[in-house]
Write a protein that binds this ligand. Structure first.
Ligand code: ADP
Ligand code: MG
Length: 261
């Protein structure tokens, strides 16, 4: 039996009404994300990856087509706290400690003080930041800051995690380490993850499904179901299976580019 659908998009289109001319950001996107999937979205800058996450999160309204999150409209899903969102930059408040940064959305949502304390401790443990509660963001490295922002998104324990190039600004060694940690976290928590990246190795290493997108207007040019095993040491990236998928992603990106005018 197939796992239940978490994100289902049908003929999804979104056109921004900019001042000068309309911008078609998404065009006829069809996609099914199932419970427990780790889905990466890869494509050139400006192809609508962030827009797609923002539609899921109800931060942007589609122009036509249909999108359902756990069978609900994005608005219903947002009200049901269906997802956590990790932004491209950590976006932590410099005047709040790490624990108080994580507490902020929980305060807004009306969680009790005891509940907040428990959730903060659990979330920090999941990203290996226990002991850094009282630090300020500027006392942490870039990688640790991004882990703190992941903890913030994990704190309300939504089943769906939306991550927009969370490791894009980090150096390769830190990124490798966080990739490994994220896979472990995903396996432990059984969450569904939608992950945006520019990096082919990152997409192939992390994902059960890779969605290759074309330049504007964003269309899906290929969806690759990864044959790689769930257990993935970093050196899996040197195996022929890995390189074969990476090659297919590269081909998909190239095909998309040939449509560009
Ligand atoms: P990506 O995340 O893949 O780089 P985005 O989803 O951010 O791409 O943007 C897709 C396209 O939509 C880009 O051409 C971008 O300039 C345009 N765009 C994004 N947000 C807006 C907006 N609020 N108004 C007008 N155009 C926008
Ligand atoms: Mg983006």
């Amino acid at each position: 039996m197939q796992a239940p659908s978490v994100v289902s998009a049908k003929e999804l289109c979104l056109t921004y009404q900019a001042n000068d001319a309309p911008v078609r950001a998404l065009s006829d996107v069809n996609l099914d994300v199932r419970k427990g999937d780790f889905v990466s979205f890869i494509g050139p800058s400006g192809c609508g990856k962030t827009t797609f996450l923002r539609v899921i999160a109800d931060l942007e309204k589609s122009t036509s087509g249909e999108i359902l999150i756990n069978g609900m409209t994005p608005e219903e899903a947002r009200k049901a706290r269906a997802y956590g969102y990790v932004f491209q930059a950590p976006a932590l408040y410099p005047w709040r400690t790490i624990e108080n940064n994580i507490a902020l959305p929980l305060e807004i949502m009306g969680y009790s003080s005891a509940d907040r304390t428990r959730r903060i401790a659990e979330a920090l443990d999941l990203v290996s930041l226990s002991g850094f509660e009282k630090k300020f963001p500027w006392q942490l490295s870039g990688g640790m800051q991004q882990r703190a922002s992941i903890a913030r998104a994990l704190a309300f324990d939504a089943d769906l995690l939306l991550m927009d190039e969370p490791f894009g600004a980090l150096d390769e060694i830190v990124r490798d380490h966080l990739n490994e940690e994220l896979l472990k976290l995903w396996a432990r928590t059984n969450k569904t993850i939608c992950f945006v990246t520019h990096s082919i190795p990152e997409a192939v290493y992390l994902s059960t499904k890779i969605v290759v997108m074309s330049p504007r207007p964003g269309r899906v040019t290929d969806v690759i179901d990864s044959p790689l095993p769930a257990e993935r040491p970093l050196d899996i990236r040197d195996t022929p299976e890995f390189l074969e998928i990476a090659h297919r992603v590269r081909e998909g990106l190239r095909t998309g580019h040939s449509h560009e005018v």
